[in-house]
Design a protein around this ligand. Structure first.
Ligand SMILES: C[S@@+](CC[C@H](N)C(=O)[O-])C[C@H]1O[C@@H](n2cnc3c(N)ncnc32)[C@H](O)[C@@H]1O
Length: 211
């Protein structure tokens, strides 16, 4: 029998923001792959084989390949699998393996919801381990941007970059940190002020709205 890979979106973090089908799949998994944060939170099933994803992608792919010989493998990813996750690498490495994807709430989607803002007009950009195309960040009145961030492209550097590109200093930026967790923090400020904040947020969503 051919075994499959199930990629499960765990949402932004808190279990209340995970869909029931995702939780059920994780709880019933015999083999579970995921980041350390997800594994600590959800890797509780007895006798479950686990593989923690760090910067060890080739080893993770080898683990998945080995386990697929005898059983299904469940891979947890943050947010939604279709939006900047391991899904791409899994599709590349396992072209002929049956694949099932269980969606999750993307951190971007949760950020806009928390702000009570529609996002159908937003330009969604990732600066997590990459830079976003400059042409997508060009200022225009009313423009709406959403960013994934990382330690180098963060709540200080991205507003500074936009300012350098000619965005007015008074442009609103919402720094959405640890969404869905009890210590969630959303700071609404301007791109001019964001650089002066005492704390630099490295792992957050930024929503930027031009007047
Ligand atoms: C590798 S990307 C994964 C994106 C994910 N697939 C999604 O749909 O949200 C990781 C980035 O997502 C954002 N992120 C994930 N969880 C978050 C949370 N709970 N609060 C704020 N930002 C979060 C951060 O920008 C983080 O650097």
């Amino acid at each position: 029998m051919e075994h499959k890979i199930i990629i499960v979106g765990i949402g932004p973090g808190s279990v209340e923001y995970m869909i029931p089908a995702a939780l059920k799949t994780i709880e019933e998994a015999k083999v579970l792959v995921g980041g350390s944060r997800a594994m600590e939170q959800y890797g509780k099933a007895k006798g479950q084989k686990q593989c923690v994803v760090r910067a060890n992608m080739p080893a993770v792919m080898d683990f998945i390949r080995r386990e697929l010989q005898t059983q299904d493998v469940v891979v947890m990813v943050s947010g939604d699998p279709g939006y900047y996750s391991m899904l791409e690498a899994v599709r590349r490495n396992f072209e002929d393996t049956p694949l099932k994807v269980i969606p999750g709430l993307s951190s971007i989607q949760v950020a806009f919801a928390k702000l009570g803002m529609p996002w159908q007009e937003a330009e969604l950009l990732s600066m997590h381990g990459r830079s976003a195309p400059k042409e997508k960040m060009v200022y225009s009145p009313g423009k709406l941007l959403g960013f994934l961030t990382d330690k180098n492209n963060n709540s200080k550097t991205i507003p500074a970059l936009l300012k350098k590109m000619g965005w007015p200093g008074g442009t609103m930026v919402a720094i959405c940190n640890r969404l869905s967790y009890p210590d969630e923090k959303i700071i609404i400020t301007t791109i001019g002020e964001a650089a002066k904040l005492e704390t630099v947020y490295l792992n957050c969503v930024l929503v930027v709205k031009a007047k």
